[in-house]
Write a protein that binds this ligand. Structure first.
Ligand code: NAD
Ligand code: UDP
Ligand code: UDP
Length: 343
């Protein structure tokens, strides 16, 4: 039997360096679309560690080969360059469907392509799930709540989304992806799971993706001012990627369709986040205010009671604990080693 030495890999999010216990070895054939991206690659690490056979399907729009390079040569790992907007024939047991640009900079770059990825891409992966009888998990987003009128957001909230705004390709795309998922479940009996992911950070995030945590960390490391948009009083809740992956796997293995909010309920204003980045990287980092973007949600915080109760899941890594792990990965990628630029 093939036994692969445990490697957490470059930029691993695993704070312990050990194989996490709790989820037993299954040996399933699993597709991870978007598996060369930030969240997907950490999920792939966990599935490979568990002993599954993993096929990553990615068109490398925002994903990078480097994120999964440490699995090359492992017979349990396969990487296919493929755009999910095109049909795909595979034989698998489970499909984690993550393929979709996630940061505003990337999803606004080609909005029509973002909608196609969410709608046609999700349709294809559901068609695949139906044909082979695989279980399908959709990574939806807290953005389906739009600029929420309910706080914190529960899964029963239907959202307050602008259908014609610059974020709509993503928000409405994901809402349609959820609808398709439920219609394949009800109409074709496909086993489905829906996760609504809240803002997530960690090693392997794209450095210049314009998201607030990656911006602040890269700016502080490069000795540039931290750019706070608007008055900086808008809030977000930041989840460490390792917690998210645990939640996604529990959801896939569990009995409940969802949707489930997966996020860290710790709520921070952007100014508070800037302070945590200053404490972690450079107390002298300056703050610069910039005009805010259109349609920016004022606040966002998950109610995770449902995931706690039905999946036995809650985040374990606080922002102050998780941020340093991301900082060392960014430092290495920006400067190439641990010495230059360190404080
Ligand atoms: P990411 O951009 O790092 O990863 C997305 C991956 O999908 C990339 O590898 C990209 O190359 C691939 N991809 C994009 N379009 C594709 C296509 N048409 N065909 C094949 N591959 C394609 O983003 P991420 O942060 O890892 O997000 C993963 C998923 O989680 C996304 O579906 C995103 O909407 C969802 N999500 C993420 C967050 C977050 O904070 N990171 C929050 C909510 C939801
Ligand atoms: N599909 C796919 N792989 C498969 C099965 C289906 O990519 O293994 C695609 C198929 O090309 C179609 C979509 O999934 O565009 C929906 O498939 P389904 O069978 O549900 O619908 P239909 O083909 O009847 O439109
Ligand atoms: N933001 C900021 N400075 C930046 C990038 C973003 O203040 O350099 C703000 C942005 O206006 C928003 C919040 O941070 O209010 C979160 O933005 P992000 O793009 O990370 O996530 P999303 O808006 O998708 O939740």
């Amino acid at each position: 039997k093939f036994s692969y030495p445990h490697r957490v890999g470059f930029g691993s999010a695993n704070p312990t360096g050990k194989i996490p216990l709790g989820l037993k070895r299954k040996g399933l054939r699993i597709v991870v679309t978007g598996g060369a991206g930030f969240v997907g690659s950490h999920l792939v690490d966990r599935l490979i560690d568990r002993g599954d056979k993993v096929i990553v399907v990615d068109n490398f729009f925002t994903g990078r080969k480097e994120n999964v390079l440490h699995h090359f040569g492992n017979p349990n790992f396969e990487l296919i360059r493929h755009d999910v907007v095109e049909p795909l024939l595979l034989e698998v047991d489970q499909i984690y469907h993550l393929a979709c640009p996630a940061s505003p900079v990337h999803y606004k770059f080609n909005p029509v392509k973002t909608i196609k990825t969410n709608v046609v891409g999700t349709l294809n992966m559901l068609g695949l799930a139906k044909r082979v009888g695989a279980r399908f998990l959709l990574t939806s987003t807290s953005e389906v709540y739009g600029d929420p009128l309910q706080h914190p957001q529960k899964e029963t909230y239907w959202g307050n989304v602008n259908p014609i705004g610059v974020r709509s390709c993503y928000d409405e795309g994901k809402r349609t992806a959820e609808t398709l998922t439920m219609d394949y479940h009800r109409g074709a009996g496909v086993e489905v799971r829906i996760a609504r992911i809240f803002n997530t950070y960690g090693p392997r995030m794209c450095i210049d993706d314009g998201r607030v945590v990656s911006n602040f960390v890269a700016q502080a490391l490069r000795k540039e001012p931290l750019t706070v948009y608007g008055d900086g009083k808008q809030t977000r809740s930041f989840q460490y990627v390792f917690d998210l992956v645990e939640g996604l796997m529990r959801l896939m293995e569990g009995e409940h369709v969802g949707p489930f909010n997966l996020g860290n309920p710790g709520e921070f204003t952007m100014l508070e986040l800037a302070e945590v980045v200053q404490e972690t990287i450079d107390p002298n980092a300056k703050i610069e205010f910039r005009p805010n973007t259109e349609d920016d949600p004022h606040k966002r915080k998950p109610d995770i009671s449902r995931a706690k109760e039905l999946l036995g899941w809650e985040p374990k890594v606080s922002l102050r604990k998780g941020l340093p792990l991301m900082v060392s990965d960014f430092r290495q990628r920006i400067f190439g080693d641990h010495k230059e630029g360190s404080n």
